[in-house]
Design a protein around this ligand. Structure first.
Ligand SMILES: Nc1ncnc2c1ncn2[C@@H]1O[C@H](COP(=O)(O)OP(=O)(O)OP(=O)(O)O)[C@@H](O)[C@H]1O
Length: 552
């Protein structure tokens, strides 16, 4: 334990004065507003380190961090592990709002009564609610709120468990989510900090509470602090961001003197057809990969339905042998422990030169709770893997056919045992989530294997590390990449009832880039299978949005 005055930022980082103030505040709630790349997520990681190391969050108290997207929650958790080590990180619970609400429902489900009562093996569904049997994602937070309102134990448990609560991307909190936070923590000894950027408020359609940061400042008497730096983007890119900021929130704009410099690349590429666009983008990506840019540092962003917008591009990337991962299809697969375990198993069996996959497999299988003496488990696992490898190398094994792989995966899962698989995540201990995840993992592998019959290529495409990522603007929030391509800057994709919301989404997209930003448009886009009636073959550029790139 160290004295607060002796704490210094970890990782050798310099924090600007307001960031330092927010990190060290121990008596008031805090709300931090700042633009993209200002280090809001980093600030939370530094604050966790400060609170743990100085004992402001004394053992066994924990810190609860709530984000809006799985990726953002994971990003924050790994930032805390990087900064403070796994021992402190074990007391840092980073959840999405949905996951946190679900845990509360699972722990205090009997508090729900009447029409909201739920069976112990209730299911979660995207769309349909069936009384007592099935709820939707939208039901999670209101039901968790009801539990808090009715059950003093539930409220007490939260307040006893957590000394501090962090809210990342706080600008996107919805009315229900904010009500939940208020019910849980307002007027208690639990200290809250919210960080966000009103210019990145892109959950408008999902009922984001307008002005939530100001409301929080009032309701929780929070100290308001503003950050000014941008550590992410090179000057050329920051100048484009600043042109948007000047319109969206003039007071937050940077003086031109702070944005000088010729570093960074910004390109607007205009094409006649989506075929031309796909060829050029594939060439660009090949060039970056050849120059040593890791695939995970390249992102292709689409406003919506990336599988449709990138259907032509996907074909070209595959033909060029570039692994890419469409996040809409393989949703959060690698974030889920069981699919990650299955993919690692396949990696070890199919791809010899992957010692890190083997190490991860051993770590997870051991942590999975199989009670064996040291070494015994290791040798059993080794035997399973050797057998599987021998099977794969045997004559007659068709590696291009999913049916060949399935029995190997099943044998492996039986070896790990069901209780050990359930122990990998609290979410697997109730309902059908574990089986659903196994099924989804198998389906994803089969789908990717069918693309080119190459199991290693399939695994690359399913991995975050080895694949170029194709994702929606919503999914890319809070993330950053060296190279970002925003595909299809056209009114048919960047549209909405509220012009400000469309701009906010575009702003989120362009502000993910560290070094290079490429904006594309194609005058004509062939209608892909599955596209709705709104799809326009003739698709002019969105000149207003592209105009922000002028003059960089
Ligand atoms: N104090 C600092 N010194 C140097 N680099 C920093 C500092 N704070 C953050 N960074 C780096 O700057 C980048 C952006 O930080 P971070 O992701 O925390 O920003 P953010 O404000 O959460 O961004 P956004 O709202 O756009 O998602 C990261 O690569 C991070 O490591």
């Amino acid at each position: 334990m160290i004295r607060p005055e002796d704490w210094t930022p970890v990782g050798g980082l310099q924090l600007e004065p307001n960031a330092l103030k927010a990190v060290r505040e121990t008596s008031a709630n805090v709300v931090v507003t700042a633009g993209p790349g200002a280090g809001k997520t980093e600030l939370l990681a530094q604050r966790a380190d400060f609170l743990f190391r100085t004992g402001a969050s004394p053992y066994p108290k924990r810190i609860l961090a709530i984000s809006f997207k799985v990726d953002a929650a994971r990003n924050l958790q790994s930032r805390v592990r990087l900064r403070s080590g796994s021992q402190y990180a074990a007391r840092f619970d980073s959840f999405t709002f949905h996951a946190f609400a679900k845990r509360l429902i699972d722990n205090f489900r009997p508090a729900l009564t009447g029409v909201n009562a739920l069976d112990p093996d209730y299911r979660l569904d995207e769309r349909t609610r069936i009384q007592s049997e099935q709820i939707t994602f939208d039901d999670l937070v209101p039901l968790a709120l009801e539990i808090l309102q009715k059950n003093t134990y539930a409220r007490g448990a939260l307040r006893q468990t957590y000394s501090h609560v962090f809210m990342d991307e706080f600008q996107d909190a919805t009315t229900a989510q904010y009500a939940f936070l208020k019910e849980a923590f307002a007027g208690t000894g639990v200290q809250l900090i919210g960080v966000g950027d009103t210019k990145q408020r892109i959950m408008g359609f999902a009922d984001a509470l307008r002005g939530v940061m100001a409301t929080f400042a009032t309701d929780f008497s929070a100290l308001g602090l503003k950050l000014y730096q941008n550590f992410r983007s090179k000057p050329r890119l920051r100048r484009m961001q600043n042109r948007m900021i000047l319109e969206m929130d003039p007071a937050a704009a940077s003086p031109p003197a702070d944005l000088e410099g010729e570093e960074g690349v910004l390109q607007v590429l205009r094409f006649a057809t989506d075929e031309d666009e796909a060829i050029a983008v594939t060439d660009l990506v090949c060039g970056w990969l050849d120059a040593g840019v890791p695939p995970r540092e390249i992102a292709v962003l689409a406003r919506q339905q990336p599988h449709l917008i990138t259907s032509v591009l996907g074909g070209h990337l595959a033909a060029a042998g570039i692994p890419y991962r469409n996040e809409q299809q393989s949703q959060d697969m690698t974030a889920e422990p069981v699919p990650a375990l299955i993919f690692n198993f396949l990696r070890v069996v199919a791809d010899k030169g992957r010692p890190e996959a083997y190490a991860e497999l051993v770590r997870v299988v051991t942590r999975g709770g199989i009670e064996e003496a040291d070494g015994v488990l290791d040798s059993k696992l080794r035997a399973i893997l050797l057998n599987a490898r021998a099977a794969v190398r045997a004559a007659g094994f068709d590696a291009t056919d999913f049916a060949s792989w399935e029995p190997l995966i099943q044998t492996f899962l039986e070896f790990v045992t069901r209780p050990a698989l359930s122990a990998l995540s609290p979410a697997y201990q109730q309902g059908s989530r574990l089986d659903d995840m196994i099924t989804k993992a198998l389906e994803s592998f089969e789908r990717e294997l069918n693309v080119d019959g190459d199991p290693i290529g399939a695994l690359d495409r399913l991995s975050e590390e080895d694949a170029v990522r194709i994702l929606t603007v919503h999914k890319c929030k809070g993330l950053e990449f060296e190279k970002v391509i925003v595909l299809g800057v056209e009114p048919q994709f960047f549209w909405g009832d509220d012009d400000a919301d469309v701009k906010a989404e575009f702003f989120v997209a362009i502000s993910r880039a560290k070094d290079e930003l490429v904006l594309t448009t194609a005058q004509s886009r062939l209608k892909p299978a599955g596209a709705g009636y709104r799809w326009k073959v003739d698709s002019p550029p969105h000149e207003e949005l592209l105009g922000y790139a002028d003059g960089s």
